[in-house]
Design a protein. Structure first.
Length: 382
């Protein structure tokens, strides 16, 4: 089975061939008849009408195709000859890789760490035990890597970040050797080459950890998505199907601080534990919206808050994107002008009172509803 990198490489090679056939010189172009001359008869053959491009351009040369066809497959087909030592890799790493990945591949400032989380026991089993631990703080590259060819191929085509494809094959071998040495897969004096890379694959900590889904690759496999006959009036159920794991929640800093303050979308405060209240609020809001209009006439402020999506950013007692409702009540306790001020802010929107993230306006709320909502918040949102 070809890797994703393999398919991209083959597609790029095909693209080069197509592009190279699109050049036609001026001399090849048909010339118009001169004044006084009879236009030459044009008799189109069946082949020329079926293939109008047959006379255009030329086939791509072997060199042109090879410039694109650089993928390395899991069976190491496509791997160029070469070699590189751990010591050579250290020198290249310090010059071209350390600024993003750290001296020992441990940096978490720019990208996720490359090395860490694997053990000698993992090399025996071929499965990384820490991948089964939900409390493990970070997934590193070496924990997830199942094919050393993937590491070689990616470094060869995409690294360094600011100058991809500038490393020679020997330099790529050296960098891969250094990474494998940091993970204790190979010793300090190891020299990685196209001759011994298959043996190194047999020591990779997660070599048996890859899962293949036949439905994605084989026409005879079971499809990933099973279609059912559509029915009408289906009940709507809000249920969490995908959750950001705790170990990855704040892996690259607080998402709430990384959004541009444009539009309604805000990143979650990933420095805080994940909350389930917004989901429950959304479910309740949907239930309210599906009730008859007559029943909505007597809705309370809590239901109004759900309808207005207040719980998308606020919880009752816990700070989320914005302050908790009880924090708001505490700040404005005893302020006789709070109801009027806050109801205007709810309708018009505001920024700066609780941090940099703005509260969007709610122009569809009537003044009466806004005041009712604010009175409920100031009373403790109970």
């Amino acid at each position: 089975m070809k890797s994703i990198g393999s398919m991209i490489g083959r597609a790029a090679g095909l693209g080069a061939a197509v592009l190279s056939t699109m050049a036609m010189s001026h001399a090849q172009a048909p010339q118009p008849a001169r004044s006084g001359e009879a236009a030459p008869a044009r008799v189109a053959s069946a082949e020329s009408s079926a293939r109008p491009w047959s006379g255009i351009g030329r086939s791509a040369t072997r060199t042109e195709i090879q410039a694109w066809d650089i993928d390395v497959r899991p069976d190491f087909k496509g791997l160029p000859a070469g070699k590189g030592s751990v010591d050579e890799g250290l020198q290249i790493w310090e010059a071209k890789c350390e600024s993003c990945h750290g001296t020992f591949g441990e940096s978490n400032e720019v990208f996720a760490p490359i090395v860490g989380g694997t053990t000698r026991s993992d090399m025996q089993t071929g499965r990384v035990a820490n991948l089964k631990r939900p409390d493990y703080p970070q997934r590193t590259t070496m924990m997830k890597l199942s094919q050393v060819s993937t590491l070689w191929d990616y470094i060869n085509r995409a690294m360094p970040w600011n100058a991809p494809k500038t490393l020679t094959p020997d330099e790529v071998y050296a960098v891969v050797a250094y990474i494998l040495n940091l993970a204790e897969v190979v010793p300090n004096d190891f020299v990685l080459s196209d001759k011994n890379i298959a043996q190194v694959q047999e020591r990779l900590p997660n070599r048996n950890g890859k899962v293949v889904y036949p439905g994605m690759w084989s026409p005879a496999g079971k499809p990933d998505v099973q279609g059912d006959t559509c029915v009408s009036n289906c009940p709507v159920v809000f249920e969490v199907r995908s959750v950001l794991p705790d170990f990855a929640r704040n892996a690259h800093g607080n998402l709430a601080e990384q959004n541009r303050l444009v539009g309604p979308t805000r990143g979650a405060d990933t420095t805080q534990p994940a909350l389930r209240e917004p989901l429950a609020a959304a479910s309740a809001a949907r239930a309210v919206s599906e009730t008859p209009k007559a029943a909505n006439a007597s809705r309370g402020p809590a239901a109004l808050a759900r309808e207005s999506n207040c719980f998308a950013c606020h919880a009752t007692a816990t700070r989320m994107v914005g302050p908790s409702l009880r924090e708001v009540a505490e700040r404005y306790r005893g302020d006789t002008k709070a109801e009027a001020i806050l109801s205007d802010r709810v309708r018009a929107g505001v920024q700066g009172n609780w941090g940099a993230i703005p509260m969007p306006p709610h122009p569809n709320l009537s003044d009466e509803d806004a005041r009712s909502l604010v009175r409920w918040i100031l009373s403790g949102a109970s």
